[in-house]
Design a protein around this ligand. Structure first.
Ligand code: TXD
Length: 320
């Protein structure tokens, strides 16, 4: 159903062929968006998944090539590279517990990815998301507009679905905005969350909105507690796919993105979630919403916690 891509060639590499990576590969291929290269450190695993997805092509009616590999040379000339490599959260673990291990994995993956695809746009998915995105940008050596993180599309989709469940209205009539880091301090914005253009603050009680905000903040942990053996991957893959599509097809979707700030919202030299326009160049612009003092201060508190974790992660990496 998509039109021809505006970018010359379309190849998406996914580093980490686990739950999110393999589900994202399926979404990209079955939407006929691009050829997909799946890379993992586990021998044989990405090759097996690629073969399995390839055998579904006739049934799903798409022509995308899916390659599984353990060799970065096979990822050459990718337009978009998605980094999902790392370890996921286990019950009781915070996203920050993952930091030490995932920092090393992400930095290495980014350096090796960019070496073979110097013009690629990078989307980071590995947690703790905002910290990994900052480290990825620094390790990449490429302009900040070409490095971004996925979290806000997922967090706002969770908020959207809880509002739809509460009100019993069509999910497609609901738009939501969530700013800030991908963690307990994320900042869902009820004033900028609407049902057919009407802010939810006009149609829901403050207590109800607070309850849905809490559930949104806890959205990842709620699923971890239920699944026990891993974390969410269907909605995360869908959210990442939306960003990939907006970039490859130069759609200029405006979505919450973990993007590099240089003065916007009064924040400098930090990666944090803000509405951004995504196209062929990556983050093409950052949308500055008019915030109340309370909203802005919540964003700054979230950003400050990301900044501290980036600092801590850099020290961990330096100590290795
Ligand atoms: O909103 C968001 N950003 C997130 C983030 C939503 C969902 C998941 N989120 C995070 O993504 C999660 O906390 C993890 O840090 C990553 C990947 O989650 P997933 O559920 O896909 O984890 P898996 O299934 O364990 O997959 C990780 C894969 C696995 O196959 C490993 O073998 C591989 O990563 N891996 C590597 N691949 C390449 N290179 C290296 N070094 C490597 N190390 C592990």
């Amino acid at each position: 159903s998509s039109s021809l891509p505006l970018c010359a060639s379309t190849r998406v590499t996914i580093i980490g062929a686990g739950k999110v990576g393999s589900t994202l590969a399926q979404r990209i291929a079955e939407k006929n968006l691009a050829d997909v290269v799946l890379l993992d450190i586990v021998a044989g695993m990405p090759q097996g998944i690629a073969l399995d997805l390839t055998q579904a092509r006739g049934i799903e009616q798409h022509d995308c090539q899916i390659i599984g590999t353990n060799d970065y040379a096979d990822t050459a000339n990718s337009d978009v590279m998605v980094i999902t490599a790392g370890i996921p959260r286990k019950p009781g673990m915070t996203r920050d517990d993952l930091m030490r291990t995932n920092a090393q994995i992400v930095v290495e993956a980014v350096q090796r990815s960019i070496a073979h695809s110097p013009n690629a746009i990078l989307i980071i998915v590995t947690n703790p998301l905002d910290v990994m995105t900052y480290l990825a940008w620094q390790a990449s050596g490429i302009p900040s507009n070409r490095v971004m993180g996925m979290a806000g599309v997922l967090d706002s989709a969770r908020f959207q679905s809880f509002i739809a469940m509460e009100l019993g209205v069509a999910i497609t009539d609901i738009t939501t905005t969530v700013l800030g880091g991908h963690g307990d301090l994320m900042v869902p914005l009820p004033r900028y969350s609407t049902v057919s253009g009407v802010p939810i603050t006009e149609i829901m009680e403050p207590e109800t909105i607070d309850r849905l905000i809490k559930r949104t903040r806890n959205g990842g942990a709620e699923i971890v507690e239920l699944m026990r053996t891993g974390s969410a991957y269907f909605a995360p893959a869908s959210a990442t796919c939306l960003m990939v599509e907006s970039i490859l097809y130069n759609q200029s979707r405006v979505v919450p993105t973990c993007a590099y700030l240089q003065g916007e919202y009064g924040l400098n030299d930090i990666y944090v979630g803000v509405p951004s326009r995504l196209g062929c160049a990556g983050v093409e612009s950052i949308v500055e919403l008019n915030l109340t003092e309370a909203e802005l201060s919540a964003l700054h508190i979230s950003a400050e916690s990301v900044r501290q974790n980036v600092h801590q992660a850099k020290e961990m990496l330096a100590a290795v």
